[in-house]
Design a protein around this ligand. Structure first.
Ligand SMILES: CCCCCCCC(=O)SCCNC(=O)CCNC(=O)[C@H](O)C(C)(C)COP(=O)(O)OP(=O)(O)OC[C@H]1O[C@@H](n2cnc3c(N)ncnc32)[C@H](O)[C@@H]1OP(=O)(O)O
Length: 194
């Protein structure tokens, strides 16, 4: 058995997160990191088109409008799509820490069904960092940013290097992304904070 732990609670010795001095200002739109990202990309017709905004400390907010293409049961959002919205919101926290990180573990609680047409008001925050592990939670509310909780998640993200994407991604997309003359877009596609 490996000694690896995937616990969602930060271990002893975990530190509070530190907002990077060059993090986007509170209220600033973080924007899509990759046009073809299912969570935030503008180039995915049935994607979530989620738009995250920097918050105070190491936190973000985001909104996601549930569309017909996101159904699981008739007229209701698919649970996996809601998990994606939580994951994407949590993923954008890396921009406040200025690290590249991927989801290691994501645990989701479904509290209320979410009908098609609903705007899900999401917020997420990092609570602790331990080595490469980033401990964060997210909440999705309906009816407004202070509305009742419909979904929530706890997650551990793991900091990685750009090689994670270059070594594991499909070559066609990697090469296309690297070939973009806009170096900021290149950096963002791989979540390398410029
Ligand atoms: C705006 C951006 C939005 C981005 C989209 C939203 C985010 C995403 O959906 S990312 C895509 C989904 N995630 C992935 O594809 C990740 C796939 N997994 C992997 O590549 C690897 O397992 C990876 C990188 C997470 C860890 O592998 P590796 O680098 O070898 O880590 P490893 O050395 O084993 O472990 C490092 C530490 O992390 C911990 N850890 C590793 N895996 C996990 C896990 N699944 N859960 C919790 N902790 C973990 C280990 O226990 C270890 O802790 P410690 O330092 O205390 O011993």
């Amino acid at each position: 058995m490996s000694g690896r732990t995937t616990a969602l609670a930060p271990p002893d010795g975990a530190e509070p997160p530190v907002r990077h001095p060059d993090a986007p200002a509170p209220g600033e739109v973080i924007g899509s990191h990759y046009e073809h990202c299912f969570g935030c990309g503008g180039g995915v017709p049935h994607g979530l088109h989620l738009e995250a905004r920097a918050g105070e400390g190491v936190s973000v907010t985001a909104e996601f409008r549930v569309k017909e293409a996101h159904q699981g049961a008739p007229g209701l959002a698919h649970g996996g799509v809601l998990a994606t919205a939580l994951d994407e919101t949590l993923g954008s926290l890396g921009w406040l820490l200025r690290v590249i990180a991927v989801t290691g573990r994501l645990e989701t609680d479904y509290v209320q069904p979410v009908p098609v047409g609903t705007v899900l008001h999401l917020d997420a925050a990092v609570h602790a960092v331990h080595g490469r592990k980033i401990y964060a939670t997210a909440t999705g509310r309906i009816g407004g940013p202070e509305g009742p909780v419909a979904v929530r998640a706890s997650a551990v993200f793991i900091e990685v290097k750009i090689d994670h994407f270059i070594e594991n991604g499909r070559p066609a997309e990697i090469q296309a992304a690297l070939a973009d003359p806009d170096q900021v877009k290149v950096a963002r596609a791989f979540e390398v904070n410029p």
